[in-house]
Design a protein around this ligand. Sequence first.
Ligand code: PEP
Length: 249
Amino acid sequence: MPRTPLIVGNWKMHTGREEAVRLATAIAAGDVPGVELAVCPPFPWLVPVATALVGSTVGLGAQNCWTEESGAFTGEVSPTMLAELCRYVIVGHSERRRILGENDDAVRRKLTAALAAGLTPILCVGEDLDMREAGHATAFVGAQLESALSLRSDADVCRCVIAYEPIWAIGTGIAAQPADAEEMASEIRAVLGSLAGGNAGERIYILYGGSVSPANAAAILAGGNVDGALVGGASLKADSFLAIAAAAV
Ligand code: PEP
């Protein structure tokens, strides 16, 4: 079954309240047939953005969640809470892994909790430049996938979205070569096929993230294994985000 392109905006720690509502409203108004869109605003803007998106098909996602449903975890937000508002949650973004010390174990527990709450986790994986230059990118990404997903059933794996985001491409303006993104997406399908033992490798959505722009999106999405994009900087302007979406069809 063909996979409908999915373009997700990760607004990171950007936008004020009014700007977030304006951006969500403009994205909701931009009709891109044949493409699924989603936006992941900062936590405080989830409610106003959810309100701005009422009546539109644009999905809502959070950028992070905690590992437990409730409890004494000051400052954290549970997937169960997010599931009241959101369809998606980003898990294991490299900024959280690097800056906040989130390790593979925490990522696995967050993904597990997100699935239990009925959310669609967008699991971020990707190598740094040293790994790539040493020729270890595929093994590194494979190990991240295995850590997060090896205990999950094929059905659970199919409920996830994988975002391949090479760290050296995030926010640098240097996107992966389309052939490299395509090759890694194909490797990810192979790993997931062997891990879950079912057809997750064929069914799962794989996004590419890292300096996606209206200029490079069509080439990155052309290969057949990359189903969409996780977009940071270019998701903060409705016209560039919608142009990336238009390039996906
Ligand atoms: C991201 O942070 O997920 C990302 C892909 O950022 P950018 O598009 O700005 O490289």
